[in-house]
Write a protein that binds this ligand. Sequence first.
Ligand code: MN
Length: 406
Amino acid sequence: MGAFLDKPKTEKHNAHGEGNGLRFGLSSMQGWRVEMEDAHTAALGLPHGLDDWSFFGVYDGHAGSRVANYASKHLLEHIVTGAGGAEELRRAGGGPGGGGGTGTVEGGQGTSPEPGAVDAVKSGIRAGFLAIDEHMRSFTDLRNGMDRSGSTAVGVLLSPHHLYFINCGDSRALLCRRGRVCFSTLDHKPCNPREKERIQNAGGSVMIQRVNGSLAVSRALGDYDYKCVDGKGPTEQLVSPEPEVFEIARAPEDEFVVLACDGIWDVMSNEELCEFVRSRLEVSADLEHVCNQLVDTCLHKGSRDNMSVVLVCLPNAPQVSEEASKKDAELDKFLETRVEEIIEKAGEEGMPDLVHVMRILASENIPNLPPGGGLASKHSVIEAVYTRLNPHREEDGNGADLEDPW
Ligand code: MN
């Protein structure tokens, strides 16, 4: 844990899909870490006739990827079971009905579910988390301490009427509505008063902002070393698997949901990310590409962690606009010209390294850089011109850009 490579692994895993009035894209990248411990889930339409429900999740593993991987494959089924099965969920879904099933739902076409049904979903999600955590505890390698891994889990469960935001740990989800951050989950850090109280009541302490001076997150799946205090229930332990669940009624103004691990949030605020994603959606309809740009931007902003992001676009997400595309193309052209000028000016002094070029550009007042992304989000454009003008760069073994702070 915590070990770094000499250079980041920048290959990305991508996926995308469309259905239920949603479009999603996702991207994950190992980055500077020696291991890739993130995992994710994307399910458009759920089994058992819940065709009009969807679920997305991001899991940030620590001390191994075992728990993160298992949760990414099986958390959803535990949630559906925990919520009393598909019947209960269909009741909470209200109209327009469960597609593949009998098609009839209480409340009828297009109507909102009763408040009690929404509460049932929320307690079902909670029960699902406790159940999967108890289940994994019995796995031989996790029981005998061969594997001591744990994982955060952040997710969104979408019914026809609601967004259920689910968080356990320090990954984060946000909702953009009317162009602004309308909601974001709260990270479970050991220093939070409520978390600290539970930790101390379980006989632990918070030192250097960590549980017993060691674990940086106060809620997680797995981490069974922190879940063995006698006489305390599963949600009273040093580390708790209990998620916080918030339901938000869907609105026509909803634009998109982003789920991401701390490798993203370490270098971008909620507002920056929201603005950046909006600006990229105006120049690209390819959601994988938008997610890749976000991940690359965070790498060049200095993130040293694994990175995973899931972007779920709701019907009112920003569309590609001709004006924004034109402006962005002009910016790229401007940057290309500037890089050519900088290299030309260096002339006989020799080829400046990429870090140097980035540093010069960073000191200039460049108009129309993507909001929230800045110069870091144009690293690939700048690097492409640089490489074109300096084709032997790889052979020179020039690794200088790896240290660049943008
Ligand atoms: Mn992380």
